[in-house]
Design a protein around this ligand. Structure first.
Ligand SMILES: Nc1ncnc2c1ncn2[C@@H]1O[C@H](COP(=O)(O)OP(=O)(O)OP(=O)(O)O)[C@@H](O)[C@H]1O
Length: 451
């Protein structure tokens, strides 16, 4: 909120950078925006006036909403005023001086927004379930926010990232959240198209355009009119097709093969690649002009190994999803599996995680999925000198339980008595350490029920 002219200039610069901007001219307007907005807010307050009444109002508003991270924008002369300096120091995430540097403003706003997320009562202010995506880590929260922002505009988007990180899912989510959501969403894998058919697949053909073209065919671009076209593995598109695609992106017209008549098409193009297009440009296999045309907005989903905190959530999500498809006695993952999943490097990212969970659900003949069901190597015992106190405790606990179970012929009740813990605690510890027990040795295990 703040001074009209500066406010509108800043709002325009931020809107251009795809921020969702609301402009409040005074404290009342700011309050009503805050009350009405259910999602996290990050705010800029323009302090153009050192009037103590105004400063008090501003302080009152800030006091009422400590969850909002605020950036101050001030005229350098206002910084001479002790009260302004104190207010900024006590209540603001950072400050910027006029004239505003829009790049710096954006960076600080990003950082302030992340801070807002941390203090948000809801861990997911941007609803991942609306996007069909799982994962609550800060990096995914930031991705969801970008998807919502990018969905509102109509520019091309380039989604880059490793295989299996969710590039196609992101394209789908952008479409579903965009004004084009009622139009078609079509995806095509540029690497999977036979070279002789690409032109016709993308742009269509007229009857008789080539041997075998018995009738007119609309290409996928034309069939996507009013919707979103997702070009997967764009790096594999042959150079001549890159020229045609660039022409289409520049004037929104297509020529069907065998026709000189141009057809106007309204399509938003999203493209994805797992290869480095900049390197491809250097090698002469990708056109630089097409790269710049596609790369208006870029999104890069992180590899799974860079957001390990999401692994358990995603594994449980798919476990529940597949459990409803097929009756199974498996109840979840044991602690060792969860630990190993967290440690695995996931070269195939989420696709690999889904496949391992599905495989484990088939392979598992116990109540809880073990590392071998997932095809993951069991943890090596840490070598001498590398054991932390916690690991040493774990190892001692594990070996005491194993020994007691063996002594008591796997009768959990007897072992629990011997170890002086409740049966429920012993079951929990058995699961935690991934200790194998022969099936049927304990009545509870044989029935597969929770103790
Ligand atoms: N955040 C996510 N939440 C839930 N499922 C996801 C998520 N990201 C990806 N997936 C699932 O993982 C699988 C792989 O995703 P997707 O095909 O979108 O990856 P990709 O990056 O396009 O892979 P490729 O480069 O190999 O084409 C799909 O089954 C997808 O539904």
């Amino acid at each position: 909120m703040g001074c009209e002219s500066h406010g509108y200039d800043i709002a325009e610069a931020l809107e251009n950078a795809l921020w969702n901007v609301r402009h409040a001219r005074n404290q009342q307007e700011a309050s009503s925006i805050i009350e009405n907005d259910g999602r996290s807010l990050t705010a800029i307050a323009i302090i153009n006036n050192t009037d103590s009444r105004q400063l008090e109002d501003l302080q009152g508003l800030i006091d009422m909403h400590p969850e909002i991270a605020l950036l101050a924008v001030v005229d350098p002369s206002s910084l001479q005023v002790e009260r302004v300096r104190r207010l900024i120091h006590q209540y603001f995430f950072a400050f910027l001086t006029l004239p505003l540097d829009p790049i710096k403003a954006q960076h600080l706003l990003e950082a302030a927004w992340e801070m807002t997320l941390l203090s948000s009562p809801s861990p997911n202010p941007f609803r991942d379930e609306d996007l069909g995506m799982v994962g609550s880590s800060p990096v995914m929260q930031s991705l969801y926010r970008s998807i919502y922002r990018i969905a509102k505009v109509d520019a091309p988007v380039l989604v880059t990232g490793e295989s299996g990180t969710g590039k196609e899912l992101i394209a789908r989510a952008i479409h579903d959240q965009s004004p084009r959501r009622n139009g078609p969403f079509n995806a095509i894998n540029c690497g999977a198209l036979p070279p002789g058919l690409i032109q016709s697949e993308l742009f269509g053909h007229e009857k008789g355009a080539f041997t075998g073209a018995g009738q007119r065919k609309f290409g996928i671009i034309e069939s996507t009119s009013g919707g979103t076209l997702f070009l997967d593995e764009i790096g594999d598109l042959p150079l001549d097709m890159q020229v045609s695609l660039l022409r289409f992106l520049e004037n929104n017209h297509v020529f069907r093969l065998g026709s000189l008549k141009e057809v106007k098409v309204d399509v938003r193009v999203l493209a994805a690649t797992h290869v480095n297009l900049e390197a491809a440009i250097e090698h002469g296999t990708f056109r630089e002009d097409l790269y710049h045309r596609l790369n208006v907005l870029q999104l890069t989903p992180p590899p799974l190994r860079e957001r390990r905190e999401d692994i358990e959530e995603i594994a449980n999500f798919f476990f529940k999803k597949y459990r409803t498809e097929k009756a199974t006695k498996v109840k979840g993952f044991n602690q060792e599996s969860l630990l190993l999943m967290r440690q695995h490097s996931w070269p195939g990212n989420i696709r690999e995680l889904i496949n391992r969970v599905r495989r484990a659900m088939v392979m598992c003949d116990q109540r809880l999925i073990r590392p071998e069901d997932l095809g993951l190597e069991r943890r090596q015992s840490p070598s001498r000198g590398q054991v932390t106190l916690e690991q040493a405790r774990d190892l001692a606990e594990q070996s005491a339980i194993r020994a007691s179970l063996a002594r008591n012929k796997y009768q959990v009740q007897h072992s629990a008595c011997e170890l002086d813990v409740s049966r429920a605690t012993l079951y929990r510890l058995i699961e935690k350490h991934g200790i194998d027990r022969p099936l049927g040795k304990d009545p509870q295990i044989a029935r597969g029920t929770t103790p």
